[in-house]
Design a protein around this ligand. Structure first.
Ligand SMILES: Cc1cc2nc3c(=O)[nH]c(=O)nc-3n(C[C@H](O)[C@H](O)[C@H](O)COP(=O)(O)O)c2cc1C
Length: 336
């Protein structure tokens, strides 16, 4: 399509890899990225990704089947590497012939990448450092997402702009790199494409689309918020390395600090092993996010959101958000 000629030229490798029209992924968002949003993204020419989160294999099986019923376009599945049933979840993806699996939340355990490849699936990985990125791409990762600390949800310590300058010159010639975190408009997409990215991943901008099942109160909180309301959680105890989470400030943010103190206290008393302590923290987030997204408890639940939340001002169809991003990207590239 001539309308987005410059954008599509720069996105070509990414779009060919994904099998989508535009190389724009909607990053998996637990509870939000289910059949409705995922199929809407793929139907709008982007690439939707189901958030498996804490789902068991039966639930994932049903979600993939339901998504397939709503779109004949490709979509992916995001699996959290520390999920105790990771092997079974990969098998479910294989049974459905899922084309792309995103492995998030840590270094993929031994055998997981191979198991995905065995059924012909492509593997998308995350890496916080260049050295680890190279290692994962050498050992079977087909594409990489670099995600800066502007993003919503679990974050690393480095900004998207710095990660892009560090990773893209080193990797973009030989590898497929998608950039995520803090992208709210197409001009930013144009910038990362020019730096060598083959595409981008957004979460926050799509979370409140009409097709998103997030509770109206959750969406309203997003519409009201500005960038400075999306804050990273604070770690209270050196011994309890908690991965920071970016979310809108509310009572739940304070409750999380209290939860960490409680878990740290139990570590002190040796009533708890470290691995169990960290798992408890992760369960806390999954439960808190559900309370906000599904139940609409925006006071006590977790309103995970990136700094681009200030650019989310109204409920729009996915198709309109996607078209807006592509038009802005193309206009920026045409001005060069
Ligand atoms: C509400 C919410 C939930 C998220 N849940 C997950 C998740 O379960 N797994 C994951 O890998 N990333 C998760 N993310 C991160 C997104 O997939 C995406 O990478 C991120 O939102 C991109 O940055 P942006 O928010 O600045 O657009 C979540 C983000 C949000 C806003």
């Amino acid at each position: 399509m001539a309308a987005y000629s410059k954008s599509h030229a720069l996105m070509r490798r990414g779009a060919d890899f994904l099998g989508s029209e535009h190389a724009i992924l909607c990053g998996a968002m637990s509870w939000v990225s289910e059949r409705n949003l995922v199929s809407a993204i793929s139907n709008a020419g982007g690439f939707g990704v189901i958030a498996c989160g804490a789902m068991n294999p039966e639930l994932l099986d049903a979600e993939i089947a339901a998504t397939k019923a709503l779109t004949d376009k490709p979509f992916g599945v995001n699996l959290i590497t520390m999920h105790p049933q990771l092997t079974d979840l990969i098998a479910v993806c294989g049974q459905h012939g899922v084309t792309h699996v995103v492995l998030a939340g840590g270094i993929p355990p031994k055998g997981s990448v191979e198991a995905i490849k065995a059924f012909g699936g492509k593997v998308i990985v995350f890496a916080p450092t260049l050295a680890l990125a190279k290692k994962l791409l050498r050992s079977g990762g087909d594409a990489l997402v670099i995600e800066g600390m502007e993003a919503g949800g679990h974050i690393g310590p480095v900004s998207t702009s710095v990660l892009a300058q560090e990773f893209l010159p080193a990797l973009s010639e030989d590898h497929l790199v998608f950039v995520a975190g803090g992208i709210g408009r197409g001009e930013a997409i144009a910038g990362y494409l020019e730096m060598g990215a083959v595409g981008v991943q957004l979460g926050t901008r799509f979370a409140c689309a009409i097709e998103s099942i997030a509770h109206p109160a959750f969406k309203k909180a997003f519409f009201r918020a500005s960038a400075r309301d999306a804050v990273a959680s604070v770690q209270v105890d050196q011994r309890l390395p908690v991965i920071p989470v970016r979310a809108l400030r509310n009572k739940g943010t304070e409750a999380f600090t209290a939860k960490q103190r409680e878990v740290a206290g139990r570590l002190d008393g040796e009533a708890l092993e470290m691995a169990e302590a960290q798992l408890q923290i992760e369960h806390y987030w999954a439960g808190a996010l559900r309370r906000a997204v599904i139940d609409g408890d925006v006071e006590n639940g977790s309103l995970m959101a990136g700094q681009s939340v200030g650019m989310v001002t109204q409920e729009e169809p996915v198709q309109a958000i996607m078209a807006g991003l592509m038009e802005q990207c193309e206009a920026a590239l045409q001005r060069r």
